[in-house]
Design a protein around this ligand. Structure first.
Ligand code: GLA
Length: 389
C-alpha cells in the first residue's frame, strides 16, 4: 500500500508538468494561429427594406476592418502607428442612413460596373451604341446613378490561414444603368496577417460588356478627421499620366510626368505643388487623374507608397491594374461630418483607386476594358500598412 502511494507521487508530479507543457503549447498555437476573427451584426435597412449587415474582421496583430455589404463599403480600418497605437485611417460614417443620403463621396465603396468616367455616357460595342445613366455633368461616373456602391451584396464569411475574409457577390442585370450583359461579380476582402487589406475582384458576363472595378477608400494616415492630407509624402511608380479636359475626360494623350507637378517618382508631399499654376491641376481642382503604373499590367507590382511623418504610418499600394486614380478629396467640404463627429474639409482624405484608364471604351489606344462573354475578369489590389520608427 505504502509503496504504491510513494510511487504514485512522482507520477502525479510528472503528469502536472506535462499538463502545463500542454497548456503552454495550446497557448502558443492560439497566438500563432488564432486571434483572427470575423463577426457580423445588423447595420440597418435600405429604403426598399433590404437588411444590411456590418462585418468586423480582425487579424493576428489586432488590425481591424469593418465592412458592410451595402456597397461593399469599408466603414473603418484601424492600423498601428509607430508606437503601436491604433487609429481609424479611412473616412466614413457610423450609420447606413448617412451612406444612403447625398452628397455621395463614395467613401470606402466598391465602384462598378465602370469606375471613373465615360464621356457623355456613351460607347459603342460590337456596332451597338449603349447609353448609360448620366450623373456627372454630361458624363457617367462610377457606374451611374445606382452603381455597385449603392447595391446590397450577398455576403459570406471565410476564414483562411492568411486572415479573415469577406466574400461579396452581386449580379448586375443586363441593362442595369445602361450596360449590356448580366454581370456576376465577386469581391473578396481579406484582412491578412501581414497587415494588408487585400481585394480580389472576379467577374463574368453572358454578353460582351465593359468593366472597370475599383475601391474608393479615402485615407488619412494621421487618422480620419485629423486635418488635411497635404503633408503626407507620396511616391507614385509612374512615368506618365492621363491629362483630362474640364469634365475630367481624358484627351487621349499619355503624358510624361517629367518636369510637371505630376512627377511623384521621388517622394514629395501631396501639397507641395498642388496649387501650382498648372493647367491640369486647375482642370482637376487639384489631383484627380490617372497615373500609368510602371511595369506590366496583370502583374502584381507596387503602384504607390504614402508616408505620414507624425504617426509614422506608411501605406503601400500594390495592384495588377494598369492605372491608379489619385484623387485628393477636392470636392470634400466641412459640411460633411464624419463618424467621430469631426468635419471632413476639402483635402482631408486621398484616394488611390487602382483601375483601367477613364473613358477607355472611347479610346482605342488605351488598354481595353471589354469583357467578352465567357471570359473571366480578374483584378487584385493590396493596401499594405506598416509604421516607420
Ligand atoms: C472620383 C473622381 C472624382 C470625384 C470622386 C468622388 O475619384 O475622379 O472626380 O468624383 O470620385 O467625389
Amino acid at each position: 500500500m505504502k509503496l504504491n502511494e510513494d510511487s504514485r507521487r512522482p507520477r502525479t508530479a510528472a503528469a502536472t508538468k506535462w499538463f502545463f507543457v500542454f497548456l503552454l503549447l495550446l497557448a502558443s498555437v492560439a497566438i500563432a494561429t488564432g486571434q483572427t476573427s470575423i463577426t457580423h451584426k445588423p447595420f440597418g435597412k435600405t429604403t426598399d427594406g433590404q437588411s444590411v449587415d456590418i462585418y468586423t474582421l480582425r487579424n493576428r496583430s489586432g488590425m481591424e476592418a469593418r465592412i458592410t455589404n451595402y456597397g461593399g463599403i469599408v466603414v473603418s480600418l484601424t492600423t498601428a502607428d509607430r508606437n503601436g497605437k491604433l487609429a481609424d485611417v479611412v473616412l466614413g460614417y457610423n450609420d447606413l442612413d448617412t451612406y444612403m443620403r447625398p452628397p455621395f463621396p463614395y467613401f470606402g465603396a466598391i465602384i462598378g460596373r465602370y469606375g471613373n468616367r465615360i464621356a457623355k455616357g456613351r460607347f459603342t460595342l460590337n456596332g451597338v451604341e449603349y447609353k448609360l445613366a448620366i450623373n456627372n455633368g454630361e458624363n457617367s461616373l462610377h457606374g451611374g446613378i445606382k452603381g455597385f456602391d449603392k447595391q446590397v451584396w450577398t455576403a459570406r464569411e471565410r476564414k483562411s490561414g492568411n486572415g479573415p475574409a469577406l466574400v461579396l457577390t452581386y449580379l448586375s442585370k443586363d441593362g442595369e444603368e445602361g450596360y449590356p450583359g448580366n454581370l456576376r461579380t465577386t469581391v473578396v476582402y481579406t484582412l491578412t496577417n501581414n497587415n494588408e487589406l487585400r481585394i480580389d475582384y472576379t467577374a463574368s458576363t453572358d454578353k460582351d460588356t465593359v468593366i472597370n472595378l475599383t475601391h474608393h477608400s479615402y485615407f488619412n494616415l494621421a487618422g480620419e478627421g485629423n486635418g488635411d492630407i497635404l503633408q503626407h509624402n507620396l511616391v507614385l511608380r509612374a512615368e506618365s499620366f492621363i491629362p483630362t479636359d474640364a469634365g475630367s475626360i481624358p484627351t487621349g494623350e499619355i503624358r510624361n510626368v517629367a518636369g510637371t507637378p505630376f512627377d511623384f517618382r521621388k517622394a514629395n508631399t501631396i501639397g507641395e505643388r498642388i496649387n501650382n499654376d498648372d493647367e491640369q491641376l486647375k482642370l482637376g481642382n487639384g489631383y484627380d487623374h490617372t497615373w500609368v503604373i510602371d511595369g506590366s499590367m496583370g502583374t502584381l507590382r507596387q503602384a504607390a507608397v504614402v508616408y505620414e511623418r507624425t504617426s509614422g504610418r506608411e501605406m503601400e499600394v500594390w495592384t495588377t491594374e494598369p492605372g491608379v486614380q489619385f484623387y485628393t478629396g477636392n470636392f470634400l467640404d466641412a459640411a460633411i461630418i464624419g463618424k467621430s463627429g469631426k468635419p471632413y474639409p476639402r483635402r482631408s482624405g486621398f484616394c488611390l483607386e487602382t483601375q483601367h484608364y477613364p473613358d477607355s471604351p472611347n479610346h482605342p489606344n488605351f488598354p481595353t476594358t471589354t469583357l467578352r462573354k465567357g471570359a473571366t475578369y480578374h483584378s487584385t489590389t493590396i493596401y499594405r500598412f506598416s509604421a516607420r520608427k
